[in-house]
Design a protein around this ligand. Structure first.
Ligand code: PNS
Length: 163
């Protein structure tokens, strides 16, 4: 059973994240999208809202037999991966600028749990500059973000800003 954990803040999910999941479904039997619940951060969406949104985005998505699970986690990533019997941590790399941060995390996680591998996939070029942080900033300041995030996520961001 090849079970990967795709961890992240997903505040919110972008088309770059979707692209990584789409690329992974042939590689794993199960992908758990692990939404970090970090009470110290001040996210736009609660972990519950983020999980619901991701679930909705993947409704009707053809995952070609790969099981997709969405849930939130707290604490150390490697402890979470172990608790779910995961064999790999899945991360996307957009550009060279991601590499150093990702390398440090992967090496730290390897030191903590040598048997868990981190697998990196390259995001599609068209999403190489897309991050949740930039999308939130642009959207909050009235800029256009269509094509960068799923329509449903844009709707939820609009609702959030108007509430
Ligand atoms: O989408 P992000 O915010 O870049 O994801 C970062 C994430 C969630 C992968 C990272 O912050 C993480 O693993 N947090 C859990 C705490 C932990 O294990 N920290 C040590 C990682 S070396």
């Amino acid at each position: 059973m090849r079970r990967a954990i795709f961890p992240g803040s997903f505040d919110p999910l972008t088309n770059g994240h979707l692209d990584i999941v789409e690329r992974s479904i042939d590689l794993f039997d199960e992908i758990i999208i692990g939404v970090l619940n970090n009470p110290d951060k001040h996210p736009m969406f609660s972990p519950e809202e983020r999980c619901e949104m991701i679930d909705e985005v993947f409704e009707g998505f053809d995952s070609k037999g790969c099981k997709l699970v969405v849930e939130s986690f707290q604490g150390l990533l490697v402890d979470y991966v172990k608790s779910r019997n995961g064999t790999a941590i899945l991360r996307g790399i957009r550009a060279v600028s991601d590499y150093e941060y990702e390398l440090r995390m992967a090496l730290m996680n390897r030191r903590l749990e040598p048997e868990i591998e981190t697998v990196f996939l390259m995001a599609a070029e068209e999403y190489s500059y897309v991050s949740s942080r930039l999308v939130k900033q642009v959207f909050t300041l009235g800029g256009r973000v269509e094509g960068l995030i799923p329509d449903l996520v844009e709707e939820k961001m609009r609702e959030k800003l108007n509430s």
